[in-house]
Design a protein. Structure first.
Length: 219
């Protein structure tokens, strides 16, 4: 609806009523972001119809307001065993039904939207020998090792020993990038990732052998 300037004569009342009606209908809608819109003033919220998300002006640029997409909880409840020593293996998680903006294909976690993601990895390492067993865990993106200090090294030194190792890091992922968690051990016959069934010790719930939690931080 296009509103002409108010009339100079007695018709201003009708014009004013139409103006109020129009504002009541559109006041909750965001204005679409147009090419050339300036972000010189902070706090302007627009809707980017090209990328299908709202944006806000901050420090001279429009930044995406992150919506619900981009989180996931993946876990493996069973034991993870190593077929061979000193050999890398990708972990395949069972996933969950409430992951948003993420899909899974085998060991690959695929990202549907680009952005910065906080990724937290945990593993419950286990040894069935008195000798030292070493473990290593690291991420790969699109099949390439990630060199950002997110690798974990740990060791166990006694029979039936177990402990949880964990690390969090922020990753930038492009649309359709995939993430995998890789691991290796120095002794595949005695080292494993251990999961425990619910109620195996007392009344505790299921204890997974490894988990992967992903939260989208911003674009």
């Amino acid at each position: 609806m296009s509103l002409a300037p108010p009339p100079l004569g007695p018709e201003w009342k009708n014009w004013g009523e139409r103006l109020v009606e129009y504002l009541n209908r559109v006041r909750s809608k965001l204005v679409f972001k147009q090419t050339g819109d300036s972000a010189t003033e902070d706090g302007i919220i627009l809707y980017d119809n090209v990328n299908q998300y709202p944006v806000v002006s901050v420090d001279g640029e429009y930044r995406q307001i992150v919506l619900s997409n981009g989180h996931g909880d993946f876990s493996l409840s069973s034991d993870f065993t190593y077929p061979a020593s000193n050999t890398e293996y990708a972990i395949t998680y069972s996933g969950s039904s409430d992951n948003a903006g993420l899909t899974q294909n085998g060991s690959r976690i695929i990202f549907q939207e680009a952005g910065y993601y906080l990724i937290t990895f945990t593993a419950q390492i286990y040894s069935s020998a008195a000798s030292t067993v070493n473990f290593v865990f690291w991420p790969k993106v699109n099949g390439v090792n990630v060199a950002n200090g997110s690798t974990i090294r740990a060791a166990l030194h006694q029979n039936s020993a177990t402990t949880v190792v964990t690390r969090s890091a922020i990753f930038f992922l492009n649309e359709n990038d995939y993430l995998e968690a890789y691991t290796a051990t120095t002794n595949h016959t005695t080292g494993s990732l251990k999961g425990f069934a619910a109620g195996s010790l007392a009344t505790e719930s299921l204890c997974p052998s490894t988990t992967l939690t992903i939260i989208r931080v911003h674009r």
